[in-house]
Design a protein around this ligand. Structure first.
Ligand SMILES: *Cc1c(COP(=O)(O)O)cnc(C)c1O
Length: 389
């Protein structure tokens, strides 16, 4: 049976070049980067190289990149770190209603500990309006955090404008760029970002490695306490092979960015075009103009996204409903709710995300399968009878 993976926003396969680069660091070059003999120094050099590679993808200095255990850790670190460091200055944090749970659940934790969080509304296409942000700022605001690209609907936020507002009010600006990294050009200096979360497994690197960009001059308290690794800001013996893989994936992403964007957006547009013209009662959620190149978030009216997911899975196709983290619960997606999509339509929504290994034949197979699956489900749908289809 054909296998088609259309869930690149949940995770990506590790590219072969990345894996090859990693392997020696498990076996021969396995030294502890903190050790002072040659084996350790070589490990340290590999770590430094990876730091340069990740910094190169976002136009940062290597000294501004700190490796973490995952993207979620970077989000947790940014929020709790700023909250702790600036608690004498204020207790107000501004974020949005459409953040990843790594952000939202950390905000809830902070709320239980005396902080106040404003969750900004978004437009119907998922965009945060600069005026909405400006209006939420108080003299107690210590951090503004707006995700760069939304993981469910793919909307790209106006980060440069939002960061400029933060700067004008002398407030720190953090962005969760896990979905943006390697999918949109990022220049942290030009954008005016203070803190930024990244993850390797969304850019063809391994799972279990993330990074934080922390602008020079900032010093957040450690999130993991212990040894002096990561310039004293993140303890724990480094995930050497994983970090080497992240570095290689970042270097490849930088070299391939234009091609990647072109390849993904062409296939995504082809998917959207075929689905919306060949399957009735479908619509796309999120911004058409400012969108992740691989993301298609599509609502199929009158049926359940979970049923579509399962029937596609029987045909070897992997897609998701909402985000991977919420797909086990039947709670409607908080992102689609914030966009104002009616609850019954949210339940009929599927996220397709294409990537570097997706082909046009894959898309044709998926659309042909979808047509069959959607028709079958609509015939069974009780809403169908009411509508007299
Ligand atoms: C995947 C993802 C995360 C979490 O990254 P992990 O490395 O899986 O912890 C955070 N934010 C966004 C937007 C994501 O898509």
């Amino acid at each position: 049976m054909r296998k088609v993976y259309l869930d690149y926003s949940a995770t990506t396969p590790v590219k072969d070049e990345v894996l090859q680069e990693m392997i020696p660091y498990f076996t021969q070059n396995f030294g502890n980067p903190s050790s002072l003999y040659t084996l350790g120094l070589e490990a340290k050099a590999a770590l430094d190289k990876a730091r340069e590679q990740v910094a190169g993808l976002i136009n940062a200095d290597a000294k501004e990149v700190f490796f973490t255990g995952c993207g979620s850790e970077a989000d947790n670190w940014a929020l709790t770190g700023v909250a702790n460091a600036l608690k004498d200055k204020g207790n107000h944090i501004i974020t949005t209603k459409i953040e990843h749970h790594a952000m939202l659940h950390t905000c809830e934790f902070l709320e239980k500990n005396g902080y106040e969080v404003t969750y900004l509304d978004v437009e119907a296409d998922g965009t945060v309006r600069p005026e909405t942000l400006e209006a939420a700022i108080t003299d107690k605001t210590i951090l503004i955090s707006v995700m760069f690209v939304n993981n469910e609907v793919g909307t790209i936020e106006p980060i440069k404008e939002l960061a400029a507002i933060a700067k004008k009010h002398k407030i720190l600006f953090h962005t969760d760029a896990v979905q943006a990294l390697a999918n949109v050009p990022i220049d942290v200096k030009d954008l005016g970002i203070d803190l930024m979360s990244m993850s390797a497994h969304k850019i063809y690197g391994p799972k279990g490695v993330g990074a934080m960009f922390m602008r020079k001059g900032l010093r957040l308290p450690s999130f993991i306490h212990g040894g002096a690794q990561e310039m004293g800001r993140r303890a724990g013996t480094e995930n050497l092979a994983g970090i080497v893989g992240f570095g290689k994936a970042a270097e490849m992403a930088r070299e391939n960015l234009e091609n990647h964007i072109k390849h993904c957006s062409e296939l995504r547009n082809y998917l959207v075009e075929r689905v919306t013209s060949e399957i009735p009662d479908t619509f796309v959620n999120g911004s058409m103009e400012h969108r992740h190149p691989g993301n298609a978030n599509i609502t199929f009216k009158y049926i359940e996204g979970e049923s579509i997911l399962l029937l596609l899975d029987y045909k070897g196709i992997s897609v998701s409903t909402g985000s991977a983290c919420s797909s086990k619960s039947l709670k409607p997606s908080h992102v689609l709710e914030a966009l104002g999509v009616p609850v019954e339509m949210i339940h009929g929504t599927v996220r397709f995300t294409v990537g570097d290994f997706t082909t046009k034949e894959d898309i044709d197979y998926v659309v042909d399968s979808l047509k069959e699956v959607v028709e079958k489900l609509r015939q069974l749908s009780p809403v169908n009878e009411e509508k007299g289809w």
